[in-house]
Design a protein. Structure first.
Length: 521
């Protein structure tokens, strides 16, 4: 089944040209092991966010093309599910090496289409790579359970099996990491996978697809379609698809959760966030201010775990002027420029939205301590740049507090004590991530126990768990009951069979028919 494996292939760095051709390059579909041109008449332009030049076009796949992709997944399922677990493990061992070999090119594609700095883009790939590395331990992860002698001559054991064709729908902000949360875990469990990358950043996923093919994944085990609503509806409705992994906004996530679940599918849906960083006056000031600035403005605030809200407790309010000074020192520039700290937003529309949310703070009575709206980036005047922005004196009723801004904007609130800070956070509908900065263990312990948020950092600003744990966002940031990656990821992509067997010695005698419920005593 792995006869097509290319063992020593190093994917050339110019690989992207294989699916980009003509003066406006186009993104291909990946169907049944082939990169194919779409026959659609509907295309979406992809812009470099630093210049707004069109860098490529992505098709809205036709119904026939999407059906061909799903059929390919269905055909490939049984052979792949029956492939030995060691063979599947080998594919992912080769895959992790190919990702490492191509990390610079993957990062370049991310910066081109998404805008984040090259160093940050490498981090994006690296966090996804860690999930692939973890997938290589599938021989342990998929172990079932055994209980011998549950009654005389009788044993019970469970095994985990793949569930069928699975699908992933990804957002624009982590073009490598989030698709790598999805198809590698689904596939290593023996499922086949239909992936729909964000229509704004498909290039990186296409290279990841080429690399998994080079690693030996058989034709049809991964198919890629492109598009927007029609592609999402196709995934929610297609009867061959048994499970959907979604990451993105609440609007899309709620819709996909409801529509997919109504069609009987498993759905895990990671959604929006408003992550609070609580600063206690006993914290290490130097460390805390640096962590806050990095976590608020890194990736231009376009991370679901960005620390976009600071709560300064008591005298920590006096640290605001220094917070502003450090934020001013960040360099706003195109992501591929040396020394860039903050890149552009994804689109002109995102920039307009972020700017209007900043203005809403001013209009509703907050104080604009640092205004990044008029930032000038020489040579990139058409880019979607917003500089680091800090809004203080914010209250929970204000629009800039209630909305996920998803830009380089830190809103600052104050609290008299820890209880007030915790109450504020527990009142917020989101539950993705939070952090507390303190030097007091008892304060940290109280916080981690009482705050109703799924991922908590203690002196750690962006506590995204490594893949041996799971990504445990909660409340308004998650729908479903089984999280991404870690043990829960394996659970999501597998079903359990429980076998109870009795083997008696031949001379054990024959019992009479039992018509009462077997009690196994
Ligand atoms: P988005 O919801 O606009 O897009 C995500 C995917 O859904 C895309 O593939 C898109 O084609 C599709 N989509 C968009 N609108 C849709 C609709 N109305 N109906 C059906 N499908 C639709 O999200 P985005 O702008 O790409 O990403 C940013 C959002 O993702 C932020 O809210 C961020 O917090 C969230 N996010 C969450 C996590 C997490 O793990 N919780 C991680 C990353 C991003």
């Amino acid at each position: 089944i792995l006869s097509r494996t290319i063992f020593n292939t190093k994917t050339p760095l110019q690989l992207s040209r294989m699916w980009y051709s003509s003066s406006v390059p186009t993104t291909k579909l990946f169907i049944d092991g082939k990169f194919v041109d779409s026959q659609t008449t509907e295309w979406i332009d992809i812009h470099n966010p630093a210049t707004n030049e069109v860098v490529s076009r992505v098709p809205k796949a036709t119904q026939e093309e999407m059906q061909a992709a799903a059929d390919s997944c269905s055909r490939a399922f049984h052979p792949w599910a029956e492939t030995s677990i060691l063979s599947r493990q080998q594919v992912f061992l080769r895959y992790q090496q190919l990702i490492k070999d191509n990390i610079k090119e993957l990062a370049r594609l991310i910066t081109l289409e998404q805008g984040k700095t090259l160093a940050d883009a490498e981090g994006d790939v690296f966090r996804g790579l860690q999930v692939v590395e973890h997938a290589c331990s599938i021989t342990s992860l998929m172990l079932g359970e055994t209980l011998p002698s549950i009654t005389k001559d009788m044993d019970t054991y469970t095994f985990r099996l793949p569930i069928g064709v699975c699908a992933g729908i990804a957002p624009f902000n982590f073009p490598a990491m989030i698709p790598l949360w999805m198809f590698p875990i689904g596939m290593v469990c023996g499922n086949t996978y239909l992936m729909k990358p964000s229509e704004r950043v498909p290039g990186c996923t296409m290279l990841l697809a080429k690399l998994i093919q080079d690693a030996g994944a058989p034709d049809g085990t991964l198919n890629i379609i492109h598009g927007q609503h029609a592609a999402v509806n196709f995934i929610c409705d297609n009867p061959a698809i048994k499970a959907i992994s979604f990451v993105g906004s609440n609007q899309a996530g709620e819709y996909i959760y409801n529509r997919g679940s109504a069609n009987g599918k498993r759905v895990q849906s990671n959604m929006g966030a408003k992550n609070h960083g609580v600063v206690m006056p006993d914290a290490n000031k130097e460390n805390t201010l640096n962590q806050l600035v990095g976590a608020a403005f890194g990736a231009a605030g376009q991370r679901c775990m960005a620390l976009s809200t600071a709560i300064l407790v008591g005298e920590a309010r006096d640290w605001l002027p220094e917070l502003v000074e450090r934020s001013k020192a960040l360099r706003v520039n195109a992501g591929d420029q040396p020394g860039a700290d903050v890149g552009p937003l994804i689109s002109p529309e995102a920039k307009v939205r972020v700017n209007s949310l900043i203005q809403s703070g001013v209009d509703e009575g907050a104080t604009l301590l640092l205004d990044g709206r008029a930032v000038n980036v020489p040579g990139y005047e058409n880019g979607n740049f917003v500089g680091p922005t800090i809004i203080s004196n914010v209250t929970p009723e204000m629009t800039c507090y209630k909305e996920e801004i998803f830009g380089p904007v830190l809103v600052v609130l104050e609290a008299a004590d820890l209880d007030e800070a915790i109450a504020l956070i527990n009142n917020n509908p989101y539950g993705n991530g939070t952090a507390i900065f303190t030097n007091n263990g008892a304060t940290a312990r109280k916080y981690t126990h009482e705050v109703d948020v799924g991922q908590i950092g203690v002196n750690v600003p962006i506590p995204v768990p490594l893949p041996m744990f799971s990504f445990t966002g909660s409340r308004g940031s998650f729908r479903g009951d089984t999280n991404f990656y870690g043990k829960q990821g394996i659970q999501f992509y597998t079903q359990i069979k429980t076998v109870t067997s009795q083997w008696k010695a031949e001379d054990a005698g024959v019992s009479s028919p039992a018509v009462t419920m077997p009690t196994l005593r």
